[in-house]
Design a protein around this ligand. Structure first.
Ligand SMILES: *[C@@H]1O[C@H](CO)[C@@H](O)[C@H](O)[C@H]1NC(C)=O
Length: 409
């Protein structure tokens, strides 16, 4: 999925406070011991989100929620900044951040204080909440289904439709109950943007909760997508999904990927393609440690359907299941005329996954588009929205201005 890092992550048992792929990074450093990476960076690579945030002196909380369909999820929160005038305050404006495919809340923290969006927002006076989608490292539990079962893969039968339709309401309802505030900003990168569109089209009553929607390269239409791997695999989406479930591989690139005892864990292979102009290559172990953080094969298959059928619509099962699920033989499209939230889209010319022309299709269908901002750079790409140190000047300053503008609407 990511151009920068193609990683087959093999991860052992999760120990308290360790990042999703800490074992992979330790192996990488043993193979490559020239001391290229600072001790501070190595330490950051091995810590999980709560320990990482605490290390930098920020307050951090973890909150567990359970969705209507039984998935156990964890949100991370930075309730205020670390500067002494930035105190806890029940009236702070709230912002909710949602990561992309194969990622986690770590996306908004890895660049560190001063550069990562999560810390910047906390310093700007926001109460920062970050979701973790079902199936990732921090949200890998269910009231009755077992994510580690090889025989029964039912835990993994979800796509980003369920993330928008079930995970987001569980997060948002919890935040409202916990803080007493009924409105907040939503920032979503890539699939985090997709999930927002799913929520506000399937459950349009949620529109009234949002001060603004800030989409960072939000994924929806794939008419102009030219990504080499994606376009090759898209026609095969249903075959690949069926095969993956048959082999007990409903989870992709998570800690179950290399089965214990299969011997595959000896072959953990790391390919670094330093293709991104803006990403600081000295920080690669940090990104590898936290991404991929796990997802279901169906999330990828659903994007494959978007390419194959040239639509933005609900997941296509077989005809019988479609009839039972949607009351019709083919899945309905997401009705974007229902997205009445003030919407701001930030996108980039050199984005191979979310093509600028596809962003224009989305923008033309959003009824309350307030801003459409192309990053002023020919080389800025999909991962740079979260991994480029320059994102602060290229994107986040305009994002903050958009949020302030929406607060006055
Ligand atoms: C790249 O990251 C390393 C490690 O965090 C840091 O020491 C260095 O200053 C960074 N380089 C640039 C150009 O930001």
């Amino acid at each position: 999925m990511f151009r920068l890092v193609v990683l087959v992550g093999c991860v052992g048992l999760a120990l308290g406070g360790r990042s999703p792929n800490a074992d992979v990074v330790e192996k990488l450093l043993r193979m490559n011991p020239q001391g290229r990476y600072s001790n501070n960076l190595i330490e950051d690579s091995l810590l999980d989100v709560p320990d990482l945030v605490a290390k930098y002196g920020y307050p951090v909380e973890s909150h567990d929620v359970v969705t209507q369909d039984g998935y156990g999820l964890t949100m991370h929160r930075i309730p205020h900044g670390r500067d002494k005038n930035n105190k806890p305050d029940p009236n702070k404006p709230i912002v909710f951040l949602m990561h992309g495919l194969l990622s986690s809340s770590a996306d908004f923290l890895l660049l560190g204080p001063g550069s990562a969006l999560g810390y910047i927002l906390a310093e700007e006076g926001y109460d920062v909440w970050m979701g973790n989608a079902r199936g990732n490292y921090y949200s890998r539990r269910h009231t009755s289904m077992n994510p580690d079962s090889r025989l029964n893969q039912n835990f993994w039968r979800f796509s980003w439709d369920e993330i928008g339709n079930h995970d987001l309401p569980a997060f948002l309802d919890f935040i409202e109950k916990h803080t007493g505030q009924s409105r907040l900003h939503y920032i979503g990168h890539s699939q985090g943007g997709t999930a927002f569109l799913v929520l506000t089209t399937l459950r349009p009553q949620y529109n009234s909760k949002f001060i603004s929607f800030q989409g960072l390269a939000p994924a929806s239409f794939f008419t102009y997508n030219e990504h080499p791997t994606f376009t090759r695999l898209a026609p095969l989406e249903s075959v690949l999904e069926t095969a993956a479930f048959a082999m007990g591989l409903g989870e992709i690139l998570g800690r179950n990927w290399c089965a214990d005892g299969s011997g595959v864990d000896q072959l953990c292979d790391l390919t670094l393609n330093e293709g991104s102009y803006y990403v600081n290559s000295s920080m690669l172990p940090l990104f590898v440690a936290h991404t991929p953080a796990g997802a279901s094969i169906r999330q990828v298959a659903h994007y494959g359907q978007s390419i194959r059928f040239n639509t933005f619509r609900r997941f296509n099962h077989n005809a019988v299941t479609n009839l039972a699920t949607y009351g019709r033989l083919t899945p309905p499209s997401y009705d974007l005329s229902r997205v009445t939230t003030p919407s701001y889209i930030h996108y980039a010319t050199n984005d191979l996954l979310v093509h600028p022309k596809d962003v224009h299709i989305l923008a033309s269908k959003l009824p309350n588009l307030q801003g459409l901002y192309l990053v002023d750079s020919k080389t800025f790409d999909h991962v740079d929205f979260i991994w480029a140190t320059k994102a602060r000047v290229r994107v986040y300053s305009r994002l903050l201005a958009s949020m302030k503008a929406a607060e006055k609407l």
